[in-house]
Ligand binder design. Structure first.
Ligand SMILES: Cc1ncc(COP(=O)(O)O)c(C=O)c1O
Length: 355
């Protein structure tokens, strides 16, 4: 072969990188991936596995996970035609971006925001219209509407509550964007269970251009099971389903989802614990000299320290793994620490005080 193999690949690969998580996956105290600190109880895992054992493992699951979709639709009280399930919400993001983005299509992304949005827009050769957050890391809704209108964007992606910045838009603000902008609007509600603001799922049958994204990886503590959902009106659903990978969700994911939703008090108890700890941590962190803490609507807190790289390393040496998010715009010297168990949070506080 005469040509360098790189010349044969998608040219957008030069502008993206493989996904990395700094610091690896194992740590004594793991606060870097916004996971729940609560695994499912053994009795529930046993029920799930008993059910899974009776499934035919030699047979493909359904092309789309209809059982899981029916379960989630009845849990939310929405028509099943408005629901699609995926292998984690990341898979659904790929699907939706493939449906909405192509060469030269304009994608509005508030920045900073979940890194996968930029990556997918670049990969699909869309044109990113980036709208900065406010200095307090809140959304600038007027600027979003102005940019969407002036630039005539095709697709708007909102992580609300926002990862990595932590803040939400209100229900009214999202409705204002959906109703005034001539674009498909994706509201990624990965952290909605921790938010002071209401979900916009109630708007999906009122607006033809709204898609809501959900994950079971955060409040529902199922990051290892890979379950996500998109919710939208049946017409738009028919279109965004077209690029979906067939057979992407396994039988175990559907069974797990049903069992967890039947025992939802496990989730509400965990969320109550995490919200109480978020409040305690916010106050405790604000009392540490040299630490600035930002208000959060998620299961993590953003702190600004003197030197994020140094503090990250000291925490890591002390057995606590957080995420260094200081490379994002407006987030210089910021660390993202998700809420863990009381003793894990205490360990973080102790180490930060000693830094
Ligand atoms: C805003 C946001 N969306 C989507 C995801 C993807 O979650 P999953 O693929 O585990 O459902 C994450 C994970 O961190 C996230 O923060």
């Amino acid at each position: 072969m005469k040509r360098d193999f790189r010349a044969l690949l998608n040219p957008a690969l030069e502008r993206i990188e493989a996904y990395k998580v700094e610091g690896g996956q194992d740590a004594q105290v793991k606060l870097n991936q916004n996971e729940s600190p609560f695994d499912l109880p053994m009795w529930l895992k046993d029920n799930i596995l008993d059910e899974f054992r009776r499934e035919p493992w030699n047979r493909y699951p359904d092309i789309l996970p209809y059982r899981g979709m029916a379960t989630y639709a009845s849990f939310l009280g929405v028509p099943v035609e408005s629901v699609i399930m995926s292998n984690g919400s990341n898979e659904m993001l790929y699907t939706i971006f493939m449906a909405c983005v192509g060469v030269g299509r304009k994608v509005l992304i508030p920045e900073p925001s979940f890194s996968l949005y930029d990556k997918l827009a670049v990969l699909l050769q869309g044109e990113i219209v980036s709208v900065p957050l406010q200095p307090d890391l809140g959304f600038d809704v007027d600027a979003i509407i102005k940019a969407a209108t002036q630039e005539q964007v095709d697709f708007i992606v909102l992580s609300t509550p926002n990862n990595p910045a932590g803040k939400s838009m209100s229900h009214d603000e999202i409705e204002r964007i959906v109703s005034t902008c001539d674009a498909i609007v994706l509201a990624d509600e990965a952290y909605i269970e921790f938010s002071r603001q209401e979900s916009v799922v109630d708007l999906i049958d009122r607006y033809p251009n709204l898609i809501v994204l959900r994950t079971m990886s955060k409040a529902l503590a199922l990051a290892g099971m890979r379950i996500g959902f998109a919710l939208t009106n049946p017409e738009l659903m028919g279109e965004i389903t077209k690029p979906k990978i067939p057979f992407a969700s396994g039988r175990l994911a559907e069974i797990t989802l049903a069992n967890v939703l039947e025992n939802y008090s496990l989730v509400t108890d965990a969320v109550r614990y995490i919200l109480a700890e978020r409040q305690r941590m916010e106050e405790a962190l604000a009392g540490i000299a040299g630490v600035e803490v930002f208000e959060s609507d998620t299961n993590f807190l953003i702190i600004r320290v003197g030197n994020a790289k140094e503090v990250f390393t000291k925490l890591r040496e002390g057995g606590v793994l957080v995420r260094n998010v200081s490379g994002y715009p407006l987030m210089e010297n910021c660390l993202r620490c998700n809420i863990g168990l009381i003793e894990e949070n205490d360990r973080l506080l102790e180490l930060l005080k000693s830094c």
